[in-house]
Design a protein around this ligand. Structure first.
Ligand code: NAD
Ligand code: DAU
Length: 353
């Protein structure tokens, strides 16, 4: 049994599907079902195919203790978080609550559970904390990519809360010998990403005839990691990672935001041409920049390749085609997640532009 937190969100739900497909493990999945969590992401799974869903919060210490006692997992993987940088700028409080206090509660319950295991179970137990390259701050164009030794320098409230959670995880290994591993990955893309993030927002706005907002000059750089590659990296880390270590995970795919959005528009032009025959790129609109916007993230993923043997399988070209096709094939999912509160967020976030 493996305990997953945040498994109704984007990466977590992809990882649950990955585990069920690739291993014989069962999953117990605790998710608070915030705006970003969606049971549709898990609709094809139930107890018959090794998935137990618990609607709950990682800040709920009693729920965590009861779940650990009942299901006795051999590993915990912490995906649960508030994950959107713009929302952290608009209102950081939920980020402190879930990312810092929630991770603390999960660590605390997990450490007590692990301490009471027998010697063999204790040796095999792992806690994997899913974190981000944003904890390292920003890079200039000519800087070397982030390695695991790069100093922490978080710039957004989101990044600061993830950095705090990473430090807590690190301290549990150093202080208690608790077998935790942290992974810091770059920008994920793929199926089931909530359309507040750049790629699914761009696809959705393009198809619904809205403007496609580019912050500032659009020359900010991100490294793009296809979510299935990320899931394979997490599984490899679970099986072969060394407790106390940190692994950076990236796609070796640095792109400017304009390159990303242009690629999406080009694929849509082929797959679902606009009725007026013009390109979706005509909908690109430059808008006010994100406050404190980090200019460039880039991941050096050579440690995980050297020590664990993982390397991404997708190029950006192959991954982005699959991603756009998934959104074209799953418009009912998009309609479902963009109803209600989503509209309020979009109206507020892009109001001044
Ligand atoms: P997401 O926002 O799509 O999903 C987060 C999930 O966590 C949701 O299902 C939500 O309901 C759940 N959740 C939130 N608060 C909770 C709480 N208090 N208790 C239980 N569940 C709660 O996020 P994502 O993009 O899938 O990111 C997953 C993890 O990966 C996060 O820790 C994020 O910081 C990290 N990460 C994401 C990316 C990316 O590009 N998406 C990149 C690097 C790191
Ligand atoms: O780097 C890893 C991080 O990647 C994760 O830790 C975060 O959880 C995840 O949300 C993501 O953060 P970003 O801020 O990089 O992702 P986002 O999709 O919000 O933005 C990607 C880039 O696109 C960024 O430079 C901001 C820009 N952008 C974004 C939006 C939503 C725009 O230009 N316009 C937009 O409307």
């Amino acid at each position: 049994m493996i305990l997953i937190s945040g498994g109704a969100g984007f990466i977590g739900s992809n990882f649950v599907h990955h585990l069920i497909r690739k291993t014989s493990d069962s999953v117990v999945n605790i998710d608070a079902l915030t705006y970003a969590g969606n049971l549709r992401n898990l609709a094809d799974l139930d107890e018959a195919n090794r998935h137990v869903f618990l609607h709950g919060d990682i800040r709920d210490a009693q729920l965590l203790r009861d779940t650990l006692t009942r299901y006795r997992p051999k590993a915990i993987i912490n995906f649960a978080a508030e994950s959107h940088v713009d929302r952290s700028i608009a209102g950081p409080q939920d980020f402190v609550h879930t990312n810092v206090l929630g991770t603390f509660q999960l660590l605390s319950a997990a450490k007590d559970y692990w301490t009471a295991l027998n010697n063999q179970e204790r040796d095999q137990f792992r806690f994997i904390h899913i974190s981000t390259d944003e904890v390292y701050g920003t890079l200039h164009v000519n800087d070397a990519p982030f390695t695991e030794r790069h100093a922490y320098s978080p710039n957004s409230p989101y990044a600061a809360t993830k950095a705090a959670s990473d430090h807590l995880v690190r301290s549990y290994f150093h202080t208690y010998g608790f077998p935790a591993i942290t992974t810091n990955c770059s920008n994920n893309y793929g199926a089931r990403q909530f359309p507040e993030k750049l790629i699914p927002l761009c696809i959705n706005n393009a198809l619904t005839g809205k403007s496609i907002p580019i912050y500032g000059d659009g020359n900010q750089i991100r490294d793009w990691l296809y979510v299935d590659d990320h899931c394979a990296a997490i599984q490899a880390t679970l099986e072969q990672g060394t407790p106390g270590e940190v692994y950076n995970i990236g796609g070796w795919n640095e792109k400017t935001n304009l390159e990303v959005v242009s690629a999406v528009c080009g694929i849509l032009d082929n797959q679902k041409p606009r009725v007026d025959g013009r390109s979706y790129a005509d909908q690109i609109t430059f808008v006010r920049d994100r406050p404190g916007h980090d200019r460039r993230y880039a991941i050096d993923a050579s440690k995980i390749e050297r020590e664990i043997g993982w390397r991404p399988a997708e190029t950006f070209d192959t991954g982005i085609r699959k991603t756009v096709q998934w959104y074209l094939d799953n418009q009912a999912w998009v309609a479902d997640v963009t109803s209600g509160a989503y509209r309020q967020w979009i109206n507020k976030q892009y109001a001044d532009n």
